[in-house]
Design a protein around this ligand. Sequence first.
Ligand SMILES: Nc1ncnc2c1ncn2[C@@H]1O[C@H](COP(=O)(O)OP(=O)(O)O)[C@@H](O)[C@H]1O
Length: 194
Amino acid sequence: MDTSREGLQSFVRPHLTEERFEHTVRVTQTAHELAEIYGGDSEKIEVAGMLHDYAKYRPEQEMARWIEESVDLSKDLLSYSPVLWHGPVGVKMIEKEWGALSKDVKTAIASHTTGNAHMSLYDKIIFLADYIEPGRSFPGVEETRELADRNLDEACLFALDNTIRFLMKKKQTIYPDTFHAYNALQRLQEEQNE
Ligand SMILES: Nc1ncnc2c1ncn2[C@@H]1O[C@H](COP(=O)(O)OP(=O)(O)O)[C@@H](O)[C@H]1O
């Protein structure tokens, strides 16, 4: 297993569009910048960043099969948008097609779109890097970037809040892990303000 930039690139690149590959490189760069402020092992950041969208373009049927057949993937996912599947399914595919991943890398890839109830440092860094990488432009991204320079938890909370509002405005269903992530970070904020 080659965790150098070149090794990761040659593994992931054939599975992504050029645009998605460039996004991947920007996410990884942003994640390294966040890790410089908040800590984190740079090899884990590199692997999670470069591989987070590995399964993005896999056929929906193939991803659905993985969810049905993997004991540790929540069947709940099948009732929500397929855009949410590539994180958790990506972990399974990477481990089959590349090699074993550390727990930190696995949960960071699995929850990069939705967040989760117990977000680790790596989960937060990859989630946030995906949200604020320099190619992103949507209402709230600039404020999230400013928060990301100062407070990782506040920045993630702001991004989760913004995502929930965005999805509600579009009258879309919302995968519960995003609410669990929001609640956990909101509680933390309340405790810190006491
Ligand atoms: N909990 C959720 N439930 C439903 N959709 C969600 C949830 N969290 C994020 N999304 C949506 O999933 C979509 C895909 O996100 P992402 O994996 O970051 O893809 P991309 O990199 O193409 O933006 C986004 O439009 C986002 O709003």
